[in-house]
Design a protein around this ligand. Structure first.
Ligand SMILES: [Zn+2]
Ligand SMILES: [Zn+2]
Length: 106
């Protein structure tokens, strides 16, 4: 493994081995302003600052608009799953009728 670059941390300004911070929540449902995704350049952070940044990212909830879009999408998806189940039931009924018709015809 390559030795991490030792330089000044973008957060604590100490000379430490640095790691590039990469946010992992870049899957916004809306084009919202996001302090992690909107950065031109991700910071180089020492392990301590990296962890702090990560925890901050994990704790930051989605914006209200995103939350409402998210619950809307969940509702739509739940509904379409139920619809699929209904179709499967109908199909089974149809198959049953077709089979019964076939049997009575022969
Ligand atoms: Zn630091
Ligand atoms: Zn983001």
């Amino acid at each position: 493994m390559a030795k991490p670059l030792e330089a000044r941390c973008d957060h604590c300004k100490q000379n430490r081995p640095l790691f590039l911070y990469e946010p992992d929540h870049n899957c916004h449902l809306l084009p919202v302003a996001c302090r992690w995704c909107d950065r031109d350049k991700q910071p180089l952070l020492c392990t301590r600052c990296w962890d702090t940044e990560k925890q901050l990212e994990d704790r930051t909830p989605a914006s209200l608009e995103e939350q409402s879009i998210g619950s809307f999408l969940t509702a739509v998806m739940t509904r379409s799953t139920q619809h699929d189940e209904q179709c499967a039931t109908d199909q089974a009924t149809c198959d049953g009728i077709a089979k019964a018709t076939e049997e009575s015809a022969s």
